[in-house]
Structures are given as structure tokens and as C-alpha cells.
Design a protein around this ligand. Structure first.
Ligand SMILES: Nc1nc2c(ncn2[C@@H]2O[C@H](COP(=O)(O)OP(=O)(O)O)[C@@H](O)[C@H]2O)c(=O)[nH]1
Ligand SMILES: [Mg+2]
Length: 358
């Protein structure tokens, strides 16, 4: 196991590692820090025999070992080669996207054209070039943006979505990160007065983080809470799980937070769901006019690239991705590079599985 060092630049992080572990420190991994835009390196003393093969996939690790290329070569030698090139080497396959890669990406809900461009990019020569090529394609075709800008304008954001997708957990993660590490004044509001324990869940986080907390039953309550929290830079509004097919509940929610209020809604969806259902839910939640998407439970699926299809189809910018329940660690700002990591790790997993099946 290595030790993690965080700093603004790689040089600074390496200096820290060498001070701590000695001049022979081995740098095992370099990755972007998901939140403060700095870097993290994992280093160990020179004598260690341990060597982690991949990063956690969430914070944009730079791949050191080209596992995907190795797996593709083995898959092609053992007969499951794409484009009918079984038994041939990689040479001669660079002229077009790999059909199996296109199929896999299409199955994640991505359009034929984007899947083809992504699969083509996945064929790039080295792991780093592949990552750069996929990131480049995503940069042009998929929009991502942070819910809170770099300025200090006040943001009032409500997380809306079906039940159990992780709205309350994500609010706790955002509240912890923005108040503790980004120094923002955060206030919490809940409108989840339906479910037993709905209020208590967020109230507990508010107490732990020592943040102002308001429970809102009516539009007047909300106006009052927003007045009371006028000093806060970020007000996070939790909402009850809403059945996308319950039109009355959606309207009720729109009347509370979705119309003539300074609240911006973010649609939160768990990526474990069936893709068509996710699209249907996003169409139903359009009533609340969401400004962006938050994708959760990416850790519980092997079809994580579905998030690319979802962003492509809904045309909503992706703000955050969550890949685990831990507060506040399991959240990352969405970016084309992070989505490229997701896609490439899912492809790697697919190749590994194919090899095991043979
Ligand atoms: N594996 C995993 N679990 C999550 C994630 N986000 C939330 N959860 C869990 O999902 C469950 C429901 O979360 P909750 O925040 O109460 O959902 P809500 O009904 O949308 O507010 C809880 O057990 C959370 O710990 C995630 O990204 N990955
Ligand atoms: Mg909740």
C-alpha cells in the first residue's frame, strides 16, 4: 500500500513524498484531485513489492499499465477478435472502430455516431493517447459543468429524482465538501416531510457539520427559509423521492420548488436503473426544468458508460458523479476526462470477462 500526497502540482507532491519516504520513494500513481483541481500521487518506499494495477477510476488516474491494449491483444489471439480479425495482430485494425466496442458502447444507450467515434478513439495507440482521444471526443459532444461556479454567487440547488437514488446522501457529500474544504457558507433545507425519518436523516448531517437546517412544508416556509439563509453561498434543498409516473406529485413538487422560486433543480438518477427507464424518468422530471444531472451508484453497475448516453440524450449537463455511499469521499465533479476513465475501465472489464468466458 502506498501513501497519498496531495499538492497543487506534481512536483510539490513528489517533494512531499520524498521528504516523508526518502529519496528512493517510488511514485505508483498520479491522479487529478476530484475537487480542488490539484494532484494526488500515491508513493511508497523503494523497497515495497506491492504495486496497485489501477486507480479507483473516480478521480482521473493516469493509466500506467496499458491493460486494455494487452487484453485486446489476448482477446484477438484467442478468437474473440473484433471485425473478424481472429488470430491476427493489432496491425491493420487501426483504420476503423472495433465493431464489438461500438456494440458495447451502443448497449450503454449511446447513439450510433457517438459510439462509433468513441470506439475509434478507444483504438488509439497507447493508454495515454487513448485516454486523450476519448476525452477529446467527449469534450465536443457531452456537456459537463460544476453546480457551483468558481465565483461566489449564491446558489440554491434542489436535488430531485426518484426514491432511493441517493439525493440525501449526495447533499450530505456536497455540504461537507463545500463547507469544510471549500470554505463556503452552506445551509440545508429539506422538503422531505413525507417519509418517516426523511427529516432526521439530513438533520443529523446538519448537526454533525454544524450547518443551519430548515424543514419546509409549504411555499411560505421555503420563502422564509431562503430569507433566513440569505447569507449562505450555497443552499442545498433535499426533496422526497418522487415517482416519475405520479403526475400529481410532480406538479406538487413543481409548485413548491420548481416555479417562480430562485431554486435550481438538479435531476439525480442512479445508474443502476434500466436505461429506458432512466430516459423516461428524465422526460417526466422535465416538468421541474432541471438545469443539470447528477449520476449516482456508478459503483454498482458495469454499465457506467450509460451516463454518457444519458447526458447525450437528455442534453442536460452532468455536474457530479457518485460511485459509493461514503460521505464525503464518493463524489467527483463530472468532466470529460473522468467520463473517459469510466468508459475505458468498463471496456477493460468487458475484455477481461470475455477472456474468462473462453
Ligand atoms: N453504492 C452506492 N450507494 C449509494 C450511493 N449514493 C447513495 N447510496 C446509498 O443509497 C441509499 C439511499 O440513499 P439516500 O440518499 O437515502 O437516497 P434518496 O432517497 O434519494 O435520498 C443509501 O443506503 C445510500 O447510502 C452511491 O453512489 N453508491
Ligand atoms: Mg432522501
Amino acid at each position: 500500500m502506498g501513501q497519498t500526497f496531495r499538492a497543487a502540482t506534481v512536483t510539490d507532491a513528489i517533494r512531499q513524498a520524498k521528504e516523508e519516504l526518502g529519496p528512493d520513494a517510488l511514485i505508483l500513481e498520479v491522479r487529478r484531485s476530484a475537487f480542488d483541481g490539484g494532484v494526488e500521487i500515491v508513493a511508497a518506499t523503494g523497497q515495497t513489492g506491492e504495486f496497485p494495477v489501477t486507480g479507483n477510476g473516480r478521480t482521473g488516474p493516469l493509466p500506467r499499465i496499458d491493460a486494455l491494449a494487452a487484453l485486446r491483444r489476448r482477446a484477438s489471439r484467442t478468437g474473440s477478435a473484433p471485425n473478424g480479425t481472429s488470430g491476427e495482430s493489432d496491425i491493420g485494425r487501426s483504420w476503423g472502430p472495433d465493431d464489438l466496442d461500438v456494440d458495447f458502447i451502443r448497449q450503454c444507450g449511446v447513439s450510433e455516431r457517438l459510439a462509433s467515434d468513441l470506439a475509434m478513439a478507444c483504438g488509439a495507440g497507447s493508454a495515454l493517447r487513448r485516454h486523450a482521444a476519448v476525452t477529446h471526443v467527449l469534450q465536443r459532444r457531452i456537456s459537463t459543468e460544476d453546480l457551483v461556479g468558481t465565483g461566489h454567487e449564491r446558489v440554491v440547488a434542489a436535488l430531485v429524482g426518484p426514491s432511493g437514488v441517493g439525493k440525501t446522501t449526495t447533499i450530505a457529500k456536497l455540504a461537507a465538501i463545500f463547507s469544510a474544504t471549500r470554505g463556503r457558507r452552506v445551509a440545508l433545507v429539506t422538503t422531505d416531510t413525507y417519509r418517516v425519518g426523511g427529516i432526521a436523516q439530513l438533520k443529523t448531517f446538519a448537526e454533525i457539520l454544524q450547518l443551519p437546517f430548515y424543514t419546509v412544508y409549504t411555499r411560505e416556509d421555503l420563502d422564509h427559509a431562503l430569507e433566513e439563509t440569505a447569507e449562505a453561498d450555497l443552499v442545498l434543498v433535499d426533496t422526497p423521492g418522487c415517482n416519475p409516473y405520479d403526475a400529481a406529485m410532480l406538479r406538487e413538487m413543481r409548485n413548491l420548488i420548481g416555479s417562480n422560486t430562485p431554486v435550481t433543480c438538479y435531476l439525480t438518477l442512479a445508474m443502476t436503473g434500466d436505461f429506458d427507464e432512466l430516459i423516461a424518468a428524465s422526460q417526466r422530471f422535465a416538468l421541474l426544468n432541471p438545469a443539470g444531472l447528477i449520476a449516482t451508484k456508478l459503483d454498482e453497475t458495469r454499465r457506467a458508460p450509460a451516463v454518457i448516453g444519458l447526458v447525450e440524450q437528455t442534453r442536460l449537463p452532468l455536474t457530479y458523479t457518485c460511485a459509493g455511499p461514503l460521505v464525503p469521499d464518493d463524489i467527483a465533479v463530472a468532466s470529460p476526462a473522468a467520463l473517459a476513465d469510466l468508459l475505458l475501465s468498463a471496456m477493460e472489464y468487458r475484455y477481461q470477462r470475455e477472456l474468462v468466458r473462453q
